[in-house]
Design a protein around this ligand. Structure first.
Ligand code: F6R
Length: 606
C-alpha cells in the first residue's frame, strides 16, 4: 500500500525522502513522487514506476534542492498507475501525499467542480488537496481540520502549504502514520523502517491527530485544535533488522530468521515448562468462559488460523470457525457474548481484519489480537493482545510472521486444552518442550536446502500446479500454494487430497505437477493413495514428508524429507521447504521476489 514520508531539518531533503521511501518499498507500489521547497517554491517531481524511475526523472527535470518536503510511493486504487496520477497532488495553496481511500471523493469532487476547481488526475487524493485549499484561510491546521470533517474513509496525509516553507503537516485517521523526532530535524512516515537510519524516537499518531513539524519543534493537535502531549516511543528494531545482511533477498533472510523469531516469541510465555499467557490478559477463567472461537484474518495470517483451528479443536475440543476477514465482516456472523474472536495480522493494519475486530466487539464478543507490528491499530483495539516477535518483515511474501503466528496458536491451544482439562500438565509440558525444540529442527533444515532448490528448478516452467494434503497437511498446503503463486506467478491451488476425486482430478496430466504434503502418520496412507492416483495420471509428484513416513518410491518423483517432531507440530518445520520452493522458483523465473507485482505488504484498503 502507499507509503508516506516527510522531512524537515538541515539535511538534503531529496536524499532523505528517497532513502526513506526506499525503506517503504516493501509495502508495494507502482509510482513515486516528492515535493520539496526549493527557494521558497514547491517543486514536485513524480513518475510512474519504481524509485529508480523517479531518480531518472530527476536527472532530466532537475533534482529538487531544499530542506523541507514530502514523498510518496503509490499503490494505485483510483486511476491507473501513471505520471499524472502519482502523488504529490496539489490545490491552489496546498500540495499533499495520501495513503488510504476517500470513500466520498465523488461527491466532494462534484462539489469542488461546482466551486470552479479543475482536476488533473483521476485520484481521490487530488480531491483532498483541493478541499484543504478550499478551506485554507491562512491557518493550515484549521483548514486540515475542516476538510477532514467532510472526508469519509481511511487515510493518512502529509501536507505542505505554499505559505509555510519550513513546515510540514500531517493528519492520520485510519491509515498508520508516525512522527520521527531527531536532533533539529523531524520526519513523518507510514512505518518505522523509513526513519530508522535517522532516529529511533517517534510519536505514534492516533486517529484524527494532526502533527505540525518544523526544524525546532514538533506539535501535535487533536481534532479540536487543542495541543496534546504524547509519549515519545523508541523503536526496538535497529537498522540491521531492516537490512538484507548479505542475503540476496529479504524473503530469504526472513526464512533464515525463523528459528530466532520463534524463540523470541515463545520464550517469555513459558513458565516452568507450561504456557503462561497472563501478561497477554489470557487467564484460565477467561479461557473457560468461551463457548466458540472464531479466527479471522486475511491471506497467510488466515492460513495460520487454519493450523490453529486443527490444533485447538484436536487438543481442547472447542469448536473453531476460521473466517476470511473480508467475508466475516459482511456476512452478519453469528458471534457475540461468550465467543472469542482471534484476529491474526502481521501488520496490525489490514483494513478488513480491523473491521472484523470492531464488528466482533460491537457484537459483544471478546477479542484477542495476534499481531507483529507494535502499536498498530489492531493491537491497540483488541481486548487481549499477544505480540509475535518476528521483527520487521520486509518481503511482501510473509514467512517468519506466519511461523510465529503458528507458534502462538500452539501456545494458546495448549493453554486452552489445559484450562479445559483436556490434557494433563505432563502432556502439556511435553508439547511445550516439543515446541521449544522446533527452532533447532528448523536451523538444521536450513543448513541443507539443495532439495528445495532442485524442486524449484523442476517447477520453473510449469503453468499450473496443485498442492495436496489432509488435515494439518491440507492447512499447510494452502500456505505453500499461496506462497508459490504470489511470487512465482505460477497458477496454483491447494486441495484436500480426499476431495480431488470429486472434480479436480480431471485437471491432472503430465503438465500439472503436484506437491503432496504428508506429515501426519494417521492420515499418511490415505494421502499416499491419492498421490498414487495423480501419479498414475501422469503428474510429476514432489513429496514433502516426515522422515518416519514410508512412501513407495514409485509414488513420487522427488522427495523432500522433514525431520520428525510431534505430528501436531509438523506444520512449523514442514512449511520451510514450501517457502524455499516458492522462493527459488521466483528467483529462477527472474521475478522481483521481495516486491511481487500488484501486491502490497500492508493492505490498508478493503
Ligand atoms: C502473503 C501475505 C498476505 C498477508 C495478508 C494479511 O504472503 O503476506 O496474504 O498475510 O495480506 O496481512 P496482515 O497479516 O498484515 O494482516
Amino acid at each position: 500500500m502507499c507509503g508516506i514520508v516527510g522531512y524537515v531539518g538541515k539535511q538534503n531533503c531529496t536524499d532523505v525522502l528517497i532513502n526513506s521511501l526506499s525503506r517503504l518499498e516493501y509495502r508495494g507500489y507502482d509510482s513515486a513522487g516528492i515535493a520539496v521547497f526549493e527557494n521558497g517554491e514547491i517543486k514536485v517531481v513524480k513518475s510512474k514506476g519504481r524509485l529508480t524511475d523517479l531518480s531518472a526523472r530527476m536527472e532530466t527535470e532537475g533534482r529538487p534542492s531544499g530542506n523541507v518536503g514530502i514523498g510518496h510511493t503509490r499503490w494505485a486504487t483510483h486511476g491507473e498507475p501513471s505520471d499524472v496520477n502519482s502523488h504529490p497532488h496539489s490545490g491552489a495553496d496546498v500540495t499533499l501525499v495520501h495513503n488510504g481511500i476517500i470513500e466520498n471523493y465523488k461527491k466532494l469532487k462534484e462539489f469542488l467542480i461546482r466551486e470552479g476547481k479543475e482536476f488533473k488526475s483521476e485520484t481521490d487524493t487530488e480531491v483532498v488537496a483541493q478541499l484543504i485549499s478550499y478551506y485554507y484561510n491562512g491557518d493550515p491546521v484549521e483548514a486540515i481540520i475542516k476538510a477532514s470533517k467532510d472526508i469519509e474513509g481511511s487515510f493518512a496525509l502529509g501536507v505542505v502549504f505554499r505559505d509555510f516553507t519550513d513546515t510540514i503537516f500531517a493528519l492520520r485517521r485510519e491509515s498508520p502514520l508516525i512522527v520521527g523526532v531527531g536532533e533539529d530535524e523531524s520526519f513523518i512516515a507510514s512505518d518505522v523502517p523509513a526513519i530508522l537510519q535517522y532516529t529511533r524516537n517517534y510519536y505514534l499518531l492516533e486517529p484524527n491527530e494532526i502533527a505540525v513539524l518544523s526544524p525546532y519543534s514538533t506539535k501535535i493537535y487533536d481534532q479540536h485544535y487543542q495541543a496534546i502531549e504524547k509519549e515519545l516511543k523508541t523503536a526496538d528494531w535497529d537498522m540491521d533488522a531492516a537490512e538484507k545482511q548479505g542475503y540476496e533477498h529479504f524473503m530469504l533472510k526472513e526464512i533464515h530468521e525463523q528459528p530466532t523469531a520463534i524463540k523470541t516469541t515463545i520464550a517469555s510465555r513459558i513458565t516452568d515448562g507450561l504456557p503462561d499467557l497472563e501478561e497477554c490478559g489470557i487467564t484460565c477463567e477467561k479461557l473457560n468462559s468461551f463457548r466458540n472461537i472464531f479466527i479471522v484474518a486475511c491471506g497467510t495470517a488466515m492460513h495460520a488460523g487454519v493450523v490453529g483451528k486443527y490444533v485447538i479443536e484436536k487438543l481442547a475440543r472447542v469448536p473453531v470457525v476460521v473466517d476470511i476477514a473480508s467475508e466475516f465482516r459482511y456476512r452478519e456472523p453469528i458471534v457475540g457474548d461468550g465467543d472469542l474472536v482471534i484476529i491474526i495480522s502481521q501488520s496490525g493494519e489490514t483494513a478488513d481484519s480491523l473491521a472484523a475486530l470492531r464488528l466482533a466487539k460491537e457484537n459483544g464478543a471478546k477479542t484477542l489480537a495476534i499481531v507483529n507490528a507494535k502499536g498498530s491499530s489492531i493491537a491497540r483495539e483488541a481486548d487481549m493482545l499477544m505480540y509475535t516477535h518476528a521483527g520487521p518483515e520486509i518481503a511482501v511474501a510473509s514467512t517468519k510472521a506466519y511461523m510465529v503466528q503458528i507458534a502462538v496458536m500452539y501456545l494458546f491451544a495448549f493453554e486452552l486444552a489445559l484450562a479445559k482439562g483436556k490434557i494433563s500438565e505432563d502432556e502439556c509440558k511435553k508439547l511445550v518442550s516439543g515446541l521449544q525444540n522446533i527452532p533447532d529442527v528448523i536451523s538444521g533444515m536450513l543448513e541443507d536446502i539443495d532439495d528445495s532448490q532442485y524442486a524449484a528448478a523442476s517447477l520453473v516452467n510449469a503453468d499450473s500446479l496443485l498442492y495436496i494434503g489432509r488435515g494439518l497437511d491440507y492447512a499447510l498446503s494452502m500456505e505453500g500454494s499461496l506462497k508459490l503463486k504470489e511470487i512465482s506467478y505460477i497458477h496454483s491451488e491447494s486441495y484436500a487430497a480426499g476431495e480431488l476425486k470429486h472434480g479436480t482430478i480431471s485437471l491432472i496430466s503430465e503438465n500439472m505437477p503436484v506437491i503432496a504434503v504428508v506429515t501426519q502418520p494417521e492420515l499418511a496412507q490415505k494421502t499416499v493413495s491419492n498421490i498414487k492416483e495423480v501419479k498414475a495420471r501422469g503428474a510429476y509428484v514432489i513429496l514433502v514428508c516426515s522422515a518416519s513416513i514410508t512412501v513407495d518410491e514409485d509414488a513420487y518423483d522427488l522427495k523432500l524429507v522433514v525431520p520428525d517432531t510431534d505430528p501436531l507440530l509438523m506444520p512449523m518445520p514442514a512449511v520451510v521447504p514450501l517457502q524455499l520452493i516458492a522462493y527459488y522458483t521466483s528467483v529462477l523465473r527472474g521475478n522481483d521476489v521481495d516486491k511481487p507485482r500488484n501486491l502490497a505488504k500492508s493492505v490498508t484498503v478493503e
